[in-house]
Design a protein around this ligand. Structure first.
Ligand code: KG4
Ligand code: ZN
Length: 318
């Protein structure tokens, strides 16, 4: 149903391995959020294969746009703009979403809005829906920790589309660290969610793993942790059920410890008391618990992005 003079826009996301389209109102209400995941395609290779990803986007893009329009009961003629991810991402993948968006915008005579993927992650906290999301966005300027498979960034969000990056990874992203260690442990791709699940039964102090650069500035590094994990796994050899859970819990604790420490340090340095956590890794149950607890102790209000808007989706692009 049309609400007053609020407009609708179609948003498209195809930067990596999810083909997604959403209809979002101009006041940030999500009317539909359709996603086609390519996990089954890439799982057999243990990671995203760019060429296969682009081809899958090509076949999925039209049905997913049609689904987003149908789910929200929106006619093409009702759209007031088309928003699309223009980067960062895999170029062949981005191209598919961009061409679809350009074609639609041109044929409908509406504006084409280019959107930065990381900016979208850090703004997802503003989305509202009828499943309980919304109402928890910070009122003004906030600090954001954006953690995903491709990025680990700390930024100050000064307004819509106005972000200042104050820290980022110098090598792997946090999600990459989760996924690569999971792969070494023989877990399916993407491994972050499996480490999260196994860690619930494990002892977090069973293995000693490094916290790279934890007290050195606001940039991150995860490659040393990955190497340490590989060395320990090689030394252990075959692991039993409990040992696997212990290893998952110990690796997760090391990653979470670094993320939480740096995010709160960034709040202190910037004099910020509002912290938004976003991106695929923000689904991690231990990160959600620890950052809320340690944030409260440090006098920082922590805003957790709802899980469905953490992993790649088009609503956040809207
Ligand atoms: O935001 P996203 O969907 O894609 C990128 O922009 O990269 O993030 C995907 C990443 C993957 O590395 C995945 O393993 C990780 O988010 N992830 C998790 C969990 N759920 C997703 N990592 C740890 N624990 C989770 N529960
Ligand atoms: Zn992402």
């Amino acid at each position: 149903q049309r609400r007053g003079c609020v407009g609708r826009l179609l948003a498209i996301e195809s930067s990596c391995d999810e083909t997604a389209a959403a209809v979002v109102t101009t006041d940030s209400v999500v009317l539909s959020n359709a996603i086609h995941s390519q996990v089954p395609i890439h799982a057999q290779y243990g990671g995203v294969v760019p060429e296969l990803a682009s081809r899958s986007h090509l076949t999925a893009i039209r049905p997913i746009i049609e689904q987003a329009l149908a789910d929200s009961n929106t006619a093409l003629s009702e759209l007031e703009a088309i928003a699309v991810t223009t980067g960062p991402g895999l170029s062949g993948c981005l191209l598919v979403g961009l061409q679809a968006a350009k074609g639609l915008a041109w044929s409908l005579g509406v504006p084409l809005v280019p959107v930065d993927h990381i900016q979208a992650h850090v703004h997802a906290i503003h989305l509202r829906d009828d499943r309980g999301a919304g109402g928890d966005a910070p009122p003004g300027v906030y600090l954001a920790l954006a953690v995903s498979g491709g990025h680990t960034s700390l930024c100050v969000v000064e307004g819509p589309g106005e972000t200042r990056t104050i820290g980022q990874t110098i090598d792997d992203a946090a999600g990459e660290a989760f996924d690569k260690v999971a792969k070494m442990m023989g877990l399916p791709y993407p491994g972050g969610v499996h480490i999260d699940r196994l860690a619930k039964e494990g002892r977090r102090d069973a293995f000693t793993l490094p916290r790279p650069m934890i007290r050195r500035g606001l940039d991150f590094s995860f490659s040393g942790l990955k190497t340490a994990a590989r060395n320990q796994l090689e030394a252990i050899g075959e692991m039993g059920e409990q040992q696997t859970a212990d290893f998952a819990a110990s690796v997760q604790e090391a990653i979470v410890d670094v993320l939480v420490h740096k995010a709160l340090e960034a709040c202190r340095v910037e004099g910020q008391r509002e912290l938004v956590v976003a991106g695929g890794v923000a689904c991690n149950s231990r990160l959600r618990a620890v950052i809320s607890e340690r944030g409260a102790k440090a006098g920082v209000r922590v805003h957790l992005t709802p899980a469905r808007y953490c992993t790649d989706n088009a609503a956040m692009i809207g």
